[in-house]
Design a protein around this ligand. Structure first.
Ligand SMILES: [Zn+2]
Length: 418
């Protein structure tokens, strides 16, 4: 008799997102979540050892403890492929000012924006930053996120960026959410370099990247390519320096205008290009050809009330694998809910529920290099699972803003119940 120490049985659907092949789902394949009706899984020592119709699982493991999930849907733990979770303070006052009609200049004058975040982070002790991050990760876990990419980028000095990534590393060891770290030293030009941007780019390339790589603190290097942030040339220089030190490229690209960010991502062989709000046909074709994952962030588009949206339909049609993430950060997307991001992907980007669910699971995992262990329910994988309090996966994007997550399992152990 095969062995299992826990069975999850009688779920209305088990959404496996698995077809047995490696990598993300793209094109028409992104609209298949590979759901099993009245399904179940068997878990042994934290790993999934079997998936299938509940009656088969029940028969194969007659002695194992079983938890029954009638009326519920079982999904892979969600993977948030774009977050900025290391920061000192929320920016609720800036939000309130914006609601009352304040301009960006007025907000900056009142001490808002990324540069204000940088000042606050530089002054904050490491253990305070860590406890804030741990609190945010508990919030993410409660919304079903069991793995996330975590970017630095609110320090903007060598010392404070290294410190931010050390905090990510410490948090990764201290709680259940798997974290993969990204250096985003080129998030904004720090105030003290306003008149000498070249010197900051050089510092990122020649000091920050080597320091982070030497300490083994990041897997990826990201750069914000945008008018008002960094140029394509500066981005190329930073990403090449990252590659030379073993940090794989990611790009914040074309958020507000088509400025060649997607083309740069394709050129340097980035794993992902993120935002892509204004990317046109040429950029989309380049992403498809280079196999770059598009990470779309519909909650920040909504929160900033942007009048344009990433062209998700054109990306999927072109064969670009699309992931959906929260962009969790204090300025433009203060939400940790991937369920909400999936709702907005459907309601505002024209994606289907299936495409959105693939976007927050398997394709999210592919976008941050976690595809081998995360993002699907399949034999041999970690038993990271979400129990949804609803009878089908369609409820996840449909019940906008409502947290339907009832239980979360990491390595076969319950880490959230509600
Ligand atoms: Zn971002």
């Amino acid at each position: 008799v095969p062995k299992a120490d826990l069975l999850l049985l009688d779920a209305e659907q088990v959404v496996t997102v698995d077809d047995g092949r490696p990598g993300p789902l793209r094109g028409p394949a992104q609209s298949n979540v590979h759901a099993i009706e009245r399904g179940g899984v068997a878990i042994l020592e934290g790993k999934i050892v079997d998936v299938g119709p509940s009656e088969d699982i029940r028969r194969r493991y007659p002695d194992a403890r079983a938890r029954l999930l009638p009326g519920r849907t079982l999904l892979p733990g969600f993977v948030d492929s774009h977050t900025h979770p290391v920061f000192a303070t929320m920016r609720e006052n800036e939000f309130a000012m914006r609601c009352r009609g304040a301009t960006y200049e007025e907000i900056l004058a009142a001490g808002g924006g990324i540069l204000a975040s940088a000042r606050a982070l530089r002054e904050m002790p490491e253990e305070t930053l860590l406890s804030l991050l741990l609190g945010r990760l508990r919030g993410m876990l409660a919304h079903g996120t069991t793995a996330a990419e975590a970017k630095s980028g609110y320090g903007l000095t060598v010392e404070s960026e290294v410190r931010s990534l050390r905090v990510v590393q410490a948090a990764a060891k201290a709680q259940p959410v798997t974290l993969v770290a990204t250096l985003l030293g080129a998030h904004a030009l720090p105030q003290e370099y306003r008149d000498d941007r070249d010197a900051y780019v050089q510092q990122v390339a020649d000091e920050m990247i080597p320091a982070v790589a030497k300490a083994g603190l990041a897997r990826f290097c990201d750069v914000f390519v945008e008018k008002g942030a960094f140029t394509v040339e500066e981005g190329r220089r930073i990403l090449r320096a990252g590659l030379a030190h073993g940090l794989l490229p990611k790009v914040h690209a074309d958020q507000l205008r088509d400025g060649g960010g997607a083309l740069l991502a394709a050129e340097v062989g980035a794993l992902s290009a993120e935002h892509l709000g204004a990317t046109g046909a040429e950029g989309i074709a380049a992403l498809a050809k280079a196999g770059v994952v598009a990470v779309l962030l519909p909650s920040s588009c909504l929160f900033l009330n942007l009048h344009f949206r990433p062209n998700a339909r054109a990306m999927i049609t072109a064969g670009v694998p699309v992931a959906i993430a929260t962009d969790f950060n204090p300025g433009s997307s203060p939400t940790e809910s991937l369920g909400l991001a999936a709702s907005l992907a459907c309601a505002t980007l024209g994606m289907t529920p299936e495409e959105a669910i693939v976007g927050i699971t398997r394709n999210g995992a592919a976008a941050c290099g976690l595809d081998e262990e995360h993002g699907r329910i399949a034999r041999g994988r970690r038993a990271n699972l979400v129990v949804l309090g609803a009878p089908s996966y369609t409820f996840l994007p449909y019940r906008m803003g409502t947290n339907l997550v009832r239980e979360v399992y990491v390595d076969g152990a319950v880490v959230v119940t509600s």
